[in-house]
Design a protein around this ligand. Structure first.
Ligand code: IMP
Length: 191
């Protein structure tokens, strides 16, 4: 099946691509002649994922999979949530986002956090959403150099290492995105 992975984020693209089963030919937005950064004006991960997948589907008629993810920090009342990418303002800047997060959590006893991914799957036949979450906490300092985004600060529950200190297959065993992919694959493959 030929499909589009609707993200311009190289980290997301890699994590989604490595989980695709045989027989799936996934192209990128740029391969499809679309902008790498699609509009996302919604207030929720669900609205943003659907907006991105619909945008690409309406222009290509190919099945489209879009990912919108957010970091929900308990001591911050669930922020930055859907605003995670631009937490520290424009332009998007992972380093500035992590610096702001550490600043906001200075002295906080509760560092619990959750990553959530919503995948939108839009085809000629349907539009469906799949969700995955991982519970964890925010480290006191950045650690590790793999992954992307907030990975140097996120420690999944039951682990001592941040996502950025893990190998890709270790992150994939527990991550929000991999869990959302599991639901999507189970639906698609009828398992
Ligand atoms: P968006 O889904 O592209 O809007 O991304 C939301 C924000 O969360 C961006 O700052 C991403 O870098 C970050 N993000 C999304 N997924 C992950 C992840 O798996 N690990 C770390 N950061 C992530």
């Amino acid at each position: 099946m030929r499909m589009i992975i609707c993200t311009g984020n190289a980290g997301k693209l890699r994590e989604i691509r490595t989980r695709l089963p045989e027989g799936f030919e996934a192209i990128t937005l740029v391969d499809a002649g679309l902008p790498a950064d699609l509009p996302e004006d919604g207030d929720t991960l669900e609205a943003n994922a659907l907006q991105k997948a619909r945008y690409a589907f309406e222009r290509t008629e190919l099945p489209c999979l879009a990912d919108d993810s957010g970091l929900e920090v308990r001591a911050l009342g669930g922020r930055p949530g859907p605003l995670s990418a631009r937490y520290a303002g424009e332009p998007r800047d992972d380093e500035a986002n992590m610096a702001l997060l550490l600043r906001e959590l200075t002295g906080a006893a509760d560092r619990a956090a959750r990553f959530r991914t919503v995948l939108a799957w839009v085809t000629p036949a349907e539009a469906r959403l799949f969700e995955g979450t991982v519970e964890g906490s925010i480290a006191l300092t950045r650690r590790g150099s793999s992954g992307f985004g907030y990975d140097p600060l996120f420690v999944p529950t039951g682990e001592a290492r941040t996502f950025a200190e893990m190998q890709l297959h270790e992150k994939q065993a527990v991550s929000h995105r991999a869990r959302a992919m599991n639901h999507w694959l189970a639906y698609l493959l009828g398992r």
